[in-house]
Design a binder for this molecule. Structure first.
Ligand SMILES: C[S@@+](CC[C@H](N)C(=O)[O-])C[C@H]1O[C@@H](n2cnc3c(N)ncnc32)[C@H](O)[C@@H]1O
Length: 192
């Protein structure tokens, strides 16, 4: 049985992003210590990048009384950094790999929640969250899949809520950070 099949009872075909990322995580765990594998699985520089991600969100107004959904939270670079400074934040991290989620949960405050979710949707009620982040997730998806996620983010965000994503910057080493704010009664998701 494949890693992907072990983690779900769903009989539909396993999406490419699940199969591909789980293969990567398995290979890293086979060849590195747990901490190294969990850091490499999300791109490395675990502490430094997590702090940088948390700084970006705080600069954009994230507060402890806000709610945040971290799609593709991986092994918890962001959640561990946020847990050190915004412990009472309503935080939900989702990912397609259970091993990454378990590692993340072990490094976050007990009130932070983590969910195995292998569909292109935000598992929350309509208009219920202040921030949704996709840090280094769209790089692993087809454009059409990212679009589906962004459409659902529009549904899930409160009016005035914020989507943040890190996008590849063709050929460059520094990624672009994109911000989308939900305006009241605005029909389309637009990048500023
Ligand atoms: C490069 S890592 C980034 C992890 C985390 N956002 C961070 O910046 O530390 C990409 C993550 O996206 C997850 N992923 C891949 N496809 C996904 C999907 N369709 N939905 C949610 N997460 C996905 C992977 O399992 C992996 O944890």
């Amino acid at each position: 049985m494949t890693d992907a099949a072990k983690q779900t009872n769903d009989l539909r075909p396993v999406p490419h992003f699940v199969a591909e990322y789980q293969r990567l995580v398995t290979k890293l765990l086979d060849t590195h210590s747990l901490d190294e594998a969990m850091s490499l699985a999300v791109g490395g520089t675990y502490e430094k990048t997590g702090e940088a991600q948390a700084n970006i969100l705080v600069q954009y107004g994230l507060r402890e009384d806000h709610s945040l959904v971290d799609i593709g939270c991986g092994s918890g670079r962001l959640s561990s950094a946020l847990g050190r400074r915004l412990r009472r934040l309503y935080y939900l991290g989702t990912d397609i790999d259970l091993r990454l989620l378990q590692y993340a949960a072990g490094r976050a405050p007990a009130n932070f929640r983590f969910l195995l979710h292998q569909q292109l949707s935000i598992p929350v009620e309509d208009a219920s969250v202040d921030f949704i982040v996709f840090f280094s997730v769209f790089t692993h998806l087809f454009h059409e899949e990212s679009y589906i996620y962004l459409q659902d983010a529009k549904r899930a965000l409160r009016p005035g809520g914020t989507v943040k994503s890190v996008l590849p910057n063709d050929g460059a080493t520094r990624p672009r950070v994109a911000t989308t704010r939900k305006k009241v009664a605005t029909p389309a998701v637009k990048f500023r």
